[in-house]
Write a protein that binds this ligand. Structure first.
Ligand SMILES: [Zn+2]
Length: 186
């Protein structure tokens, strides 16, 4: 829910600062499907949105079968990320691109995402394409955290503990990995 209020704030900010003039709007007809290996997540009524840099450029809600339509209004050279969120669910990265191609017009996304691993079994982050800051998310009722002190003396609570990202159990706990470089879950 917190993620969804963040979206509203972003949308409001976008309205206030004004939309960027559309370049060549491209429509994505997407569908979210359950990953056959893990059918714990639900696919209907999810919020899906496109984020370019820090701006939300379009948003939609999936129907009962996980279908949605989003429009990419601009390709500025910045990374275009497609996220989804829902009740009892973290904001999850579905897809990331820097160029829009024809094949992006009809996309199927899996929840949780199909992951790519290197030969050592390390998981690649879909944004930075590196493995060194990717942590497996461990859900529990009492997640552990590490307390650190920043250079300015502030206390930081880090959910990264013993090589895992510690998260509290939630209804739709479909995120499997976290990249600490990009601060995304997937
Ligand atoms: Zn990353």
């Amino acid at each position: 829910m917190r993620s969804c209020s963040a979206i509203l704030i972003f949308m409001l900010a976008t309205f206030i600062t004004g939309f960027k003039r559309p370049m060549t709007p491209a429509t994505i007809h997407g569908q979210i499907k359950q990953n056959s290996g893990d059918t714990s997540g639900y696919i209907g009524g999810l919020g899906v949105f496109i984020k370019i840099g820090n701006r939300i450029s379009d948003h939609a809600t999936t129907d009962a079968k996980g279908n949605f339509t989003l429009t990419v209004h601009e390709m500025t050279g910045e990374r275009v990320n497609l996220f989804c969120c829902g009740i009892g669910m973290d904001t999850l990265l579905l897809y990331s691109m820097t160029k829009f191609s024809e094949s992006d017009k009809h996309c199927v996304f899996y929840l949780p995402a199909k992951i790519k691993k290197n030969i050592f079994g390390k998981v690649y982050c879909p944004i930075c394409h590196r493995t060194d800051k990717v942590y497996k998310i461990l859900y529990s009722d009492n997640p552990a955290y590490v307390i650190r002190t920043a250079k300015n003396g502030d206390t930081i609570y880090s959910p990264i503990y013993r090589g895992t990202y510690q998260a509290k159990t939630c209804i739709n706990a479909v995120a499997r990995y976290f990249c600490d470089r990009d601060k995304i879950k997937f």
